[in-house]
Ligand binder design. Structure first.
Ligand code: ADP
Ligand code: MG
Length: 688
């Protein structure tokens, strides 16, 4: 159902513009803009019965009305409703207030009741003359923005409710996941906007009321339908069928690897090869904890494409990571006669030109790089497979751009997206339902679990001695300094200071410094020294966060660990424990002068100590932060679930997942209306 795109225009009033800013463009959007909470204007409360903190509506007689100057100028009005008295304070007031609140007048007032030394008080209550009719339903309070008054919004919502098409989109006879879901959409919305006063406020607030259940079912179904539609549309597209060739590069690489693949790597390798062999673009998300060995799986997939005569591109989010992938892949592939090209932003003009030529002629079968790979002047001869490492670091546009590098008319390349930030099952099933997912759920053998300790910054000295011990054993150490968002300069001085301190404390040891504002050549030189094992300690800001692989490093110190997010800590910790040596991670925390760590900071540090399992970390992270931040690039443009909560509504999600294919097959028209109603034009993001 295409909707006209409405954008703010000069002729619109301020509240109209504000509505659009809130995303309330269509009648249905208004109807689905549900109250944050309710106010009860259906009853008059006796002051004696009002509880502290309640917003109460009372009717009472004014017994005193005076202006005082202390502690500041204010109007003090005392009222009595026969059960108790209450003092109302107004800091801003006009003569009209005094007139309306003159002694002897009977008024109806609403405000938050506070207890206190002087008895009950209300700050700036609203008031009018007593009497008049009482509301029949609870009064909704909506989330709003500046310039949009509740009263205006309430009227707009009522109009929206009246005009919106709320006809049934559920196929006849659908089994509800919950008998409570069996309300019609119209009834549910009417009710949630204007509930009758006898309703359980608790059921409204925790969203367990049947009307809420109906809305959550609708919302989850819309999400499943739109993703399934996107998937089916993609299935109509064509891609080169890349069939495995026995004895060719794929098998040769497999044989030449210095290690055997884990069962999990073999399994996902087969899943990918299966996809590649079909003439339909693959859209697969490869999840695997840090260090699980995703790179080699990608390399083997690349060999399948190259064996079939197509090129492969591998895009990584940082130059360090791209450089490292390049080095590793050249080491594996050049002996097999595969030409690998690379593209990064800071490359010399001449080198870049040479690379571009190799890519365009098709001589380079594999292209590794950063965002530089998707620039306009990069032309592939025949791109068959695109791999995106750390996919959550890329946006929709970038993924689309990479896909657009396919030259063949009417075709798309296969896409493999990799991530080390595991996505909890419920999230994967909802937000990523259009993708196929492969999981490497096993680490290569011989790794010992990383022991994590939380240590106060006061004991820094002990940590430095521990570094000395590691170096004695020929190991290497990372020391990460935090990103202080407000000030990159502070950030840097922090890392520089630590670098100086460690250099002094560890004489005869090469201590390196790496931060994002260093010239690229310098960064590369530092990384090379560390990778080669010459440099003992690497102090860095979070630039090493993703993907860096130096198996000899066995100690990771994270300074001000309390400032990092949980997944980020886990990613950082994953830089060690990559070799056979027992590895450790020290989380140094600092507390503000005499202060304590916040509860969430403590929860994060505790989670790090308690588990090394990326999926468990992800689950806890979801618990602490909610899904919004979790979705990385996908979140921008992705309509987040507004009503359903994946923690508590898993059974509704299962229901929606089961219903979606049936509905698309048997009730395509209803499905289309349902998606249009809920998502309007917001399903573009699914294309990437
Ligand atoms: P990630 O999944 O985090 O990208 P990498 O691909 O960087 O992990 O792999 C981590 C390290 O493990 C690399 O040094 C890689 O060569 C090595 N590795 C990968 N697979 C295996 C395996 N099956 N056995 C032993 N080592 C492996
Ligand atoms: Mg990696």
């Amino acid at each position: 159902m295409p909707q006209p795109v409405i954008t703010p225009s000069k002729t619109m009033s301020a509240p109209q513009k504000a509505l659009i800013k809130l995303g309330l463009k269509r009648d249905i959007d208004l109807a689905l803009h549900l109250p944050l909470r309710y106010e009860d204007e259906t009853r008059i409360v006796k002051l004696r019965d009002a509880r502290e903190g309640d917003t109460a509506q009372i009717e009472a007689t004014v017994t005193a009305c005076e202006i005082t100057q202390r502690p500041r100028r204010q109007l003090l009005v005392t009222v009595d409703d026969g059960s108790d008295t209450c003092v109302m304070r107004f800091f801003s007031f006009y003569p009209s207030h005094q007139k309306a609140l003159a002694v002897g007048n009977r008024i109806r007032a609403r405000g938050e009741v506070k207890g206190g030394f002087m008895g009950l008080t209300m700050m700036h209550p609203t008031f009018k003359a007593a009497g008049g009719h009482l509301a029949e339903a609870l009064t909704p309070v909506y989330s709003t923005v500046a310039g949009l008054a509740q009263a205006y919004l309430r009227r707009a919502v009522i109009t929206g409710l009246d005009h919106a098409d709320l006809s049934e989109t559920m196929p006849p006879g659908v089994p509800w996941p919950d008998p409570r879901g069996a309300w019609t959409l119209r009834d549910a919305l009417q009710f949630l906007h204007h509930p009758t006063p006898d309703v359980s406020l608790a059921a409204l607030e925790d969203r367990s009321h049947p009307a809420w259940v109906r809305l959550k079912c609708e919302e989850l179904l819309a999400q499943q339908l739109s993703q399934l539609t996107a998937k089916r549309e993609r299935d109509l597209l064509r891609a080169p069928a890349l069939k495995m060739k026995r004895g060719a590069l794929h098998d040769q690489l497999h044989k030449a690897l210095p290690f055997g693949l884990t069962n999990a790597q073999q399994r996902v390798g087969q899943e990918i090869a299966q996809d590649l062999s079909r003439p339909v673009p693959m859209h697969r998300l490869l999840q695997g904890d840090v260090g699980a060995g995703k790179t080699v799986v990608a390399a083997l997939a690349a060999m399948v494409a190259i064996d079939a005569g197509w090129q492969c591109a591998l895009m990584a989010p940082t130059e360090i990571l791209a450089t490292q992938h390049f080095a590793k892949l050249v080491g594996w592939l050049e002996p097999l006669g595969v030409k690998v090209a690379w593209l990064i932003g800071s490359q010399k003009k001449k080198e870049r030109a040479a690379m571009l030529a190799l890519i365009e002629s098709g001589e380079a079968a594999l292209v590794v790089g950063t965002h530089a790979v998707i620039q306009e002047h990069v032309k592939f001869k025949c791109l068959g497979l695109a791999v995106i490492d750390e996919q959550h670091r890329f946006g929709v546009a970038q993924r689309l751009a990479l896909r657009g590098k396919m030259q063949a008319e009417g075709m798309e390349p296969h896409m493999l997206m990799m991530t080390a930030t595991p996505i909890p099952r419920t999230l994967a099933m909802s937000y990523y339902a259009d993708l196929d997912v492969s999981v490497i759920d096993e680490l290569p053998p011989g790794r010992t679990p990383i022991v994590t300790r939380v240590v106060s910054d006061h004991r820094r000295g002990e940590v430095v001695s521990r570094i000395g011990a590691q170096l004695q054993e020929g190991r290497q150490v990372y020391w990460v300094c935090p990103l202080i968002e407000e000030s990159e300069a502070l950030d840097l001085s922090n890392a520089t200071q630590t670098h100086a301190d460690l250099s002094e404390a560890l004489p005869g040891v090469m201590v390196g410094l790496l931060h994002s504002r260093m010239p690229v050549a310098e960064k590369k030189a530092v990384m090379e020294l560390f990778t080669a094992g010459v440099m003992g300690v690497l102090v860095s800001t979070t630039v090493i966060e993703v993907g860096v692989d130096v198996p000899n490093a066995s100690l990771m110190v994270i300074e001000h660990a309390e400032r990092f997010g949980l997944s980020q800590l886990h990613q950082l910790r994953g830089r060690v424990g990559r070799g056979a040596a027992a590895s450790a991670c020290v989380l140094l925390y600092g507390t503000p002068e005499g202060g304590r760590l916040s509860e969430t900071a403590r929860e994060r540090l505790r989670a790090m100590v308690e588990t090394n399992d990326g999926f468990e970390i992800a689950r806890r992270d979801l618990e602490i932060r909610g899904p919004g931040e979790f979705l990385g690039a996908r979140q921008s443009g992705a309509p987040l679930l507004r009503f359903a909560d994946l923690e508590t509504d898993g059974h509704l999600l299962d229901w929606a997942r089961a219903l979606a294919p049936h509905m698309l097959d048997q009730h395509a028209f209803l499905a289309e209306r349902h998606i249009g109603r809920w998502l309007g034009g917001k399903s573009e993001y699914l294309k990437a």
